[in-house]
Design a protein around this ligand. Structure first.
Ligand code: ELE
Length: 204
């Protein structure tokens, strides 16, 4: 199992995926990996999310994590479904403890100093800055990164192909997350692969 820093350094962009139809799982994962984005975050927002993760994990090269993990029960189910890593929009003591107990790479969501301090208490140094744009954007992350000089971030929420390079230029930012790579609906695999290739090319 990879460390969360290794996962974050694999590609500059983590596509945030909302899979509504299980038939879309394989073609989307194949197109993303072909385009150079190997790290995939499947949000637990749909009833087929766990099955989608299992299908995507069969695609050679794919590193598949679960997103929108809100509590220990969902974390346990995601680990059972083979999640390579776990992403949450926020951090609670119960979820932090569950991630440590499970020994799974974990990227907890933070949006302020207290969130980061809770994470540090657990020994976490890698965070999803969420929701990135509405939490103050680049200015806010720069301010937070000053006292928390050891912390590394994956800003997510409101980031686009146009703004991703500005975030990736920040030292503590190892990658960004975003749903822009895979538009909703039936997958246009050629478009997804091309968008992924452009995103992968943003590597620092
Ligand atoms: O579902 C989750 O786990 C989340 O925490 C939220 C997602 O990461 C963001 O909604 C993605 O943001 P957009 O790229 O602006 O669509």
């Amino acid at each position: 199992m990879k460390q969360i820093e290794t996962v974050m350094r694999t590609a500059p962009v983590i596509p945030v995926l909302v899979i509504e139809d299980l038939a879309h799982a394989k073609p989307i994962a194949e197109a993303l990996v072909a385009g150079g984005l190997k790290v995939l975050e499947v949000t637990l927002r749909t009833s087929v999310a766990f099955q989608a993760m299992e299908i995507m994990r069969q695609v050679p090269g794919a590193i598949v994590g679960a997103g929108t993990v809100l509590n220990p029960s969902q974390l346990g189910s995601a680990v059972d479904a083979g999640a390579d890593f776990i992403v949450s929009p926020g951090l609670t003591p119960a979820l932090g403890q569950a991630a440590i107990t499970a020994g799974v790479p974990f990227l907890p969501g933070v949006s302020n100093a207290a969130d980061i301090m809770l994470g540090l208490d657990f020994g976490f140094h890698h965070f999803k800055f969420f929701p990135a744009e509405t939490s103050g954007g680049i200015t806010a992350l720069k301010a937070l990164a000053a006292p928390f000089f050891d912390a590394k971030f994956c800003p997510t929420g409101g980031i686009s192909a146009a703004t991703a390079p500005d975030w990736l230029a920040l030292d503590p930012v190892l990658c960004v997350g975003g749903s822009w790579v895979v538009p909703k609906g039936a997958p246009d695999v050629a478009l997804i692969e091309a968008t992924a290739r452009a995103a992968a090319a943003l590597a620092q």
